[in-house]
Design a binder for this molecule. Structure first.
Ligand code: NDP
Length: 351
């Protein structure tokens, strides 16, 4: 059973040396009976690389909504797995699940963490045919619910409004753009390469897009795309982009603060200050942060809403699949350099 551990706390950008692949004990085929009642042994199939995993790799300095990783421990995160053995009455061998698992070939998930494993019913033959299992790391998993809650609940969009999305080709952003289009909004995205900008316009139906790395003046780029201003900003990056957006918002605009990835690798003293916060007053803006775990109860509603759009091809979902557990550290690191095109995940084993 191979596993990836955090080797040491990360300062600055994460590097492969911060993690290590250990080849360890034999492959477990059954629970031993020594585990707490309700434990589940799973074979991991797909692992998700998510930006929130980086702040968990820092030496914990203050309270956070997620606990820090501990050096020496197996990295944990979202994944898709098959149940091998179970003493949880909800789950039986052969069941497919998604939720929090380990960066390893096999994981023993013990209560209360087993509550975070959800059974997958929409896959394989019959009703769920045609839905790739890997989608449960993305559009049918945590990033999907994040995009849905952030856009529909936090931004409360109205038909005809203007929407701007940063990190727009990523796991969350590509969905927000498509949800905005479905809601009848005019949507523009920013991304960090020409290839990604093309993807936004041709695959995801953004009305316009720009490469923020090629724009010397972000404010001018926003003015060009939004001559009458922005009603809704879906914030994924922070930093200079947030400052430029604040000056281009319309009166009574809404900003959903989903993530600030441009700040995750900076030490406290290096983080960007927000210079144009006064625009929140003059333009009467609502700026609201949110975290997906607070909204888990909306998942069944979201799944029922999104599945028909996946099946009939209304929604596209682009994934970037790294092969093998050994490639997981590099794939995670790539998120902070924009190397992923679409949702970054790792295939550990075939289903
Ligand atoms: P993505 O798939 O979008 O991958 C991250 C992307 O961020 C990169 O591909 C890169 O794209 C962009 N990026 C990286 N560094 C920078 C930088 N310095 N400045 C600008 N852009 C950068 O990730 P997700 O869709 O999974 O996550 C997007 C955001 O949503 C993150 O901030 C994440 O933390 C947040 N999030 C929040 C959740 C919540 O519950 N609040 C849940 C899930 C995600 P590019 O090439 O365009 O630069």
């Amino acid at each position: 059973n191979r596993r990836v551990i955090l080797k040491e706390y990360v300062e600055g950008y994460p590097r492969e040396e911060h993690m290590e692949l250990l080849r360890g004990a034999e492959v477990p085929l059954r629970l031993t009976g020594a585990e707490p009642a309700g434990s589940v042994l799973v074979r991991n199939l797909y692992l998700s690389c998510d930006p929130y995993m980086r702040p968990k790799m820092s030496r914990p300095l203050r309270e956070s909504y997620t606990a820090a990783f501990v050096p020496g421990d197996t990295i944990t995160g979202y994944g898709v797995a098959r149940v091998v053995d179970s003493s949880d009455p909800r789950l039986a061998p052969g069941d497919l699940v998604w939720g929090i698992t380990g960066w390893e070939d096999y994981s023993v998930v013990t209560p209360p963490a087993t509550r975070l494993l959800s059974k997958i019913s929409h896959h394989g033959a019959g009703e769920g045919a045609g839905v790739p299992l890997s989608y449960y790391t993305g559009i049918l998993g945590m990033p999907g619910l994040t995009a849905y809650v952030g856009f529909h609940e936090i931004c409360a969009p109205k038909k005809g409004e203007t929407v701007f999305v940063s990190a727009a080709s990523g796991a969350v952003g590509q969905l927000v753009g498509q949800f905005a289009r479905l809601a009848g909004c005019h949507v523009v995205g920013s991304a960090g390469s020409r290839e990604k900008v093309e993807l936004l316009k041709t695959r995801f139906g953004f009305h316009d897009a720009f490469n923020y790395k090629e724009e010397p003046d972000l404010g001018a780029a926003l003015k060009r795309c939004f001559p009458d201003g922005i009603d809704i900003y879906f914030e994924n990056v922070g930093g200079a982009m947030l400052d430029a957006v604040l000056l281009n918002m319309r009166v009574h605009g809404r900003i959903a603060v989903c993530g600030l990835i441009s700040q995750y690798n900076l030490a406290d003293g290096e983080k960007d200050a927000v210079r144009n916060l006064a625009a929140v007053i003059s333009k009467r803006l609502r700026l609201q942060g949110f975290i997906e775990p607070d909204h888990k109860h909306l998942y069944p509603q979201y799944e029922a809403w999104v599945l028909p759009y996946i099946r009939d091809g209304t929604l596209a979902y682009v994934e970037d699949v790294a092969e093998g557990l050994e490639s997981a550290p590099k794939a995670l690191i790539g998120l902070f350099h924009g190397r992923n095109v679409g949702k970054q995940l790792v295939r550990v084993a075939d289903d």
